[in-house]
Design a protein. Structure first.
Length: 297
């Protein structure tokens, strides 16, 4: 069993893929612990994972007044905030992890990933290859913002996703415009969704697949017998016709109904019947028929 630490932030759609990957890890007998913002606590704890809140940013006393102020607060207080790495180091000191999964937008934590003493993976909840130019432009703008504010700037190379041990992209490479060979540390794992918790007693349809196949085989073995309906058969055939096409349904007294027999007459038999003679093979009530010659005066 391994312990995996996730570092996330309230970005709107980035928590779902992280919870989906954590759910897959738990199904494989691993444990996941999250470090994030307090607004994420209900969703993470509802999924059954441990949660640790990061230190609140003192600059975010209230909502931003303009879009430019919001972007500045996001860059300085979240994306390029290297103090989040101190919170992660404190969490790892209490409970060491075998690997750390960092959200791709937390460049300040990525810049200090070498200090954690564990392999670092980058979680990209969307496209990867096609957004690299946008990522580079945002890093350049953020570094310029830190320089104007007189704050220390991290190493740009340490913040790049492709320089980490593993890059997990929750998309398809066909949708990302990938034409060249990818780096060996880039993995497209496909879309990941954090479904709501299943109700008690629910089983996956994959678990019922073998049961349905065996129930259908039992259904077809039972029907050629008595033709009766038992509660067991009704359960096995839920959602399917109880009787195959062309078979007469059972009577209420559980006795199989008989089909009415109809005589089949060939063209020769029809000609013989018209002349007053019984059709070939028709021996039923042959003695009750009157010869056509006896009707003559």
């Amino acid at each position: 069993m391994s312990q995996i630490a996730f570092v996330t932030w309230n970005g709107g759609g980035n928590l779902g893929p992280a919870l989906a990957i954590a759910r897959e890890l738990r199904w494989r007998d691993h444990r996941a612990a999250f470090l994030g913002q307090e607004t994420q606590r209900p969703a993470i704890e509802a999924a059954g994972h441990a949660f640790t809140g990061c230190t609140p940013d003192p600059q975010r006393a209230g909502p931003p007044a303009t879009a430019a102020e919001r972007q500045r607060l996001l860059m300085a207080g979240t994306w390029l905030n290297m103090s989040l790495a101190d919170d992660l180091a404190a969490m790892l000191a209490r409970e060491p992890a075998d690997a750390v999964v960092i959200d791709c937008m937390l460049a300040g934590v990525l810049a200090r990933s070498a200090e954690f003493g564990a392999p670092a993976a980058v979680l990209v909840p969307g496209l990867y290859h096609s957004v690299l130019p946008v990522r580079d432009a945002m890093l350049a703008a953020g570094l310029g913002l830190l320089a104007r504010a007189g704050l220390p700037a991290p190493d740009p190379a340490a913040m790049r996703w492709e320089n980490k041990d593993l890059v997990l992209v929750t998309s398809l490479h066909e949708l990302d415009g990938v034409t060249a060979d990818l780096a060996p540390n880039v993995r497209y794992v496909g879309p990941a969704f954090a479904w709501p918790p299943a109700p008690r007693g629910w089983r996956s349809p994959a678990d019922h697949r073998r049961t349905h196949r065996s129930a259908r085989r039992r259904h077809h073995r039972i029907l050629p017998g008595t033709g009766t309906r038992t509660p067991r058969r009704r359960r096995a055939c839920a959602g399917h016709p109880v009787l195959p096409a062309g078979r007469t349904p059972a009577r209420p007294d559980h006795r199989p109904a008989r089909r009415s027999r109809r005589r089949r007459l060939s063209p020769a038999g029809l000609r013989g019947t018209a002349r007053g003679r019984p059709a070939p093979g028709d021996h039923h009530n042959a003695g009750d028929r009157t010869d056509a010659k006896s009707l003559k005066p």
